[in-house]
Design a binder for this molecule. Structure first.
Ligand code: UDP
Ligand code: MG
Length: 141
């Protein structure tokens, strides 16, 4: 029953896909428990993606993620981590299943519109990266 972190990346915000993505979250029965619009600093983006440090795409990814505003979301509901990942689709939009957000709106393996935590441990640290406990709607409301 853990919450997960979702991000609408700069390409998604620029292309006015925020409403569409949130609409899919709601349609799927997932619950929006927190939301913020912000712009990542270089330092924040480097820290958030620290697990990818040293990979060939790291510097470009940091540049992309700081290129404009993003929307960060706490997404809850039963099995939210896997359900949000399934709704997003595979990292590479060309390989993502039909009807997934990345398949429909992603334009490259980098500019793939959305982020989602990949495990309970990362969900916990990624949610805490952006949200204090009192900024997250508790279960049952
Ligand atoms: N990424 C990229 N090139 C790659 C792999 C990943 O630019 O070859 C970017 C892409 O934006 C991706 C992010 O780095 O969403 C994080 O990569 P990860 O492998 O964690 O994919 P995800 O968990 O987002 O599906
Ligand atoms: Mg990942």
């Amino acid at each position: 029953m853990a919450n997960t972190l979702g991000i609408i990346k700069p390409d998604g915000v620029k292309r006015k896909l925020v409403g569409n993505v949130i609409s899919r979250i709601e349609r799927d029965g997932l619950i929006l428990r927190g939301v913020k619009v912000l712009k990542l600093s270089k330092d924040q983006a480097q820290k958030f993606y620290a697990v990818h440090e040293g990979k060939p795409f790291y510097n470009s990814l940091v540049e992309f993620m700081t290129s404009g505003p993003i929307v960060v979301m706490v997404i809850g509901g039963h099995d939210s981590i896997d359900r949000w990942r399934n709704l997003m689709g595979a990292t590479d939009p060309a390989k993502a299943r039909y009807n997934t957000i990345r398949r429909e709106y992603g334009t490259s393996i980098e500019k793939n519109v959305v982020h989602g935590s990949d495990s309970e441990a990362t969900a916990k640290t990624e949610v805490a990266f952006f949200f204090n406990d009192d900024e997250i709607l508790p279960k049952g409301i």
